[in-house]
Design a binder for this molecule. Structure first.
Ligand code: AHR
Length: 501
């Protein structure tokens, strides 16, 4: 497949939003317990956090982490997770049918986040609770002292406020599976009042209102319009949640998932514009893709969900611990391309989740922690997408897909750092053909620093995964890259293997 690409160095889409490389820690399965926290683990620090996991989190390059849910937050009482650990109540978590010991809560997570070097994105419960609990949590977290709530924080060991500015107003409230599920009008009103109260308490807050749980929801579109009409003057961002999977062997559609995300983001951006115009709103409202990933949701829905939700109440059960293969990693890389391409509208994005639960990092109790295949495209993009996103002109053939129609077989995005170094992120979505890619940088002279690829490893196939005992999938040097003089410019020629990022 020949592909011709021109990087339009002189133009800018937007600066790379640092929060585009977010993660997500939910009290779900083994994400918190046995994931980030395992006091008995040989690598545990004095607070019970696993140092091996922390090291991988830092290497992954996440900048902001959403917490504590997810569906979990819609039944959560934040007060359960503060104060002496021995006095914290054990509760049923109805979202995931698990027992919550509350040994990790607000203070512990803030401390972990500081160690990981990430910003906290805190979600409030708008399922079973309302504006008072949201305001209390904010005051407890951010007020310096001298009030009952802030002094309680100080008495619990945090003299200084946590200074959390980024807040999610509920989670997936459009979904009938959500505890305290609401109509768009019910949620919109509640979110608007929670936002107003929170801003009265602390004018610095940045607020994310909940958009649809996915693009296939019957209320998608109308939900966003209604919620924005209620909250537009208070909302800074509206959320998008997007999960993709390969189903019925339709690998072409799966590899083209970014075309689905492109459409989802373009649609939400158009709705924001429409409501802004209708309301005469001057400010922009960003898109917070605060849950995205590959997730084999059909397997969960058809084979596990009913048993889990009607079974016992285990502590830290193994829930949706998807083992990712090469194809999944290539799709994750391509979804990052779509997110970067939309950096004029997407203000943040959170790979869901961080450890064990549909995660780039896996860990075993009393055992090792390791990088799943999807770790690598995320870590490389977070490390190398710097400066501003620049537009591209790409000339390449399309292939048919059942889900998204004809989709270009190669996709790319490029960033330019302040020092002029260019990063190019490219995916070959063809299952069986190499792509011969020719790149020109707007006439600029080109010196190649390095070229890496993530693809099927020697002796493996597209289903190869990384496990505790063997991790064959990792980026390798891309062979046969050449730089040649062409007309007045230099050209980069690359041969991209099938299914490669
Ligand atoms: O990330 C897993 C779950 O997916 C989250 O709890 C929920 O918000 C979404 O449906």
């Amino acid at each position: 497949i020949p592909a011709d690409l021109r990087v339009r160095l002189g133009e800018t889409v937007a600066d790379v939003p640092p929060r585009l490389f977010g993660g997500f820690v939910e009290h779900m399965g083994r994400c918190v317990y046995q994931g980030i926290y395992e006091p008995q683990h040989p690598s545990a620090d004095s607070e019970g956090f696993r140092a091996d996991v922390l090291e991988l989190v830092r290497e992954l390059g996440v900048t902001v982490v959403r917490y504590p849910g997810g569906n979990f937050v819609s039944g959560y009482r934040w007060e359960d997770g503060v104060g002496p650990r021995s006095e914290r109540p054990v509760r049923l978590d109805a979202a995931w049918h698990q027992t919550e010991t509350n040994q990790v809560g607000l203070h512990e997570f803030a401390s972990w986040a500081a160690q990981a070097g990430v910003e906290v994105m805190q979600a409030v419960n708008l399922g079973t609770r309302g504006i008072e609990a949201a305001g209390d949590l904010l005051e407890y977290s951010n007020h310096p002292g001298g009030t009952a709530l802030s002094d309680r924080r100080r008495a619990n060991g945090a003299e200084e406020p946590f200074g959390i500015t980024l807040w999610c107003l509920g989670n997936e409230m459009d979904g009938p599976w959500q505890i305290g599920h609401k109509t768009a009008d019910e949620y919109g009103r509640l979110a608007a009042e929670a936002a107003r109260y929170m801003r009265f308490l602390d004018h610095r807050v940045e607020l994310v209102v909940a958009g649809s749980s996915n693009m296939e929801m019957p209320t998608f579109g109308e939900w966003e319009r209604t919620v924005l009409r209620h909250t537009a003057d208070q909302a800074d961002h509206i959320s998008v949640h997007a999960y993709y999977e390969e189903s019925d062997g339709d690998v072409a559609s799966f590899l083209a998932s970014a075309a689905g995300l492109d459409r989802y983001l373009d649609t939400v951006a158009a709705i924001i514009d429409e409501v802004r115009e209708e309301l005469g709103l001057q400010k922009q409202i960003g898109i917070s893709v605060d849950e995205w990933n590959v997730w084999y949701q059909r397997d969960w829905n058809e084979n596990h969900k009913d048993a889990v939700l009607s079974g016992g109440w285990p502590e830290a059960p193994r829930l949706i611990e998807d083992e990712y293969n090469v194809t999944d990693a290539v799709v994750v890389g391509s979804l990052l391309i779509s997110l970067l391409r939309h950096s004029d509208r997407v203000t943040m994005a959170n790979l869901a989740q961080l450890v064990n639960v549909i995660a780039p990092i896996r860990s075993e109790p009393d055992g090792a922690a390791w990088r799943q295949t999807t770790f690598f495209p995320f870590a490389l993009t977070a490390a190398r997408a710097r400066g501003r996103v620049v537009p591209l002109s790409l000339d390449v053939a399309s292939g048919p897909t059942a889900k998204y129609g004809d989709v270009e077989l190669v996709d790319a995005v490029s960033t330019v750092a302040e020092d002029g170094s260019v990063s190019l992120f490219v995916v070959n979505r063809s299952v069986d053909s190499v792509s011969a890619l020719s790149v020109e940088l707007d006439g600029a002279e080109l010196v190649l620093e390095d070229a890496l690829t993530l693809t099927v490893p020697e002796g493996g196939d597209r289903f190869t995964t990384n496990t505790q005992s063997s991790q064959p999938v990792a980026p390798v040097a891309l062979a046969g890259v050449t730089v040649s003089a062409a007309d007045s410019a230099t050209r980069l020629s690359l041969t991209l293997p099938p299914i490669s990022w």
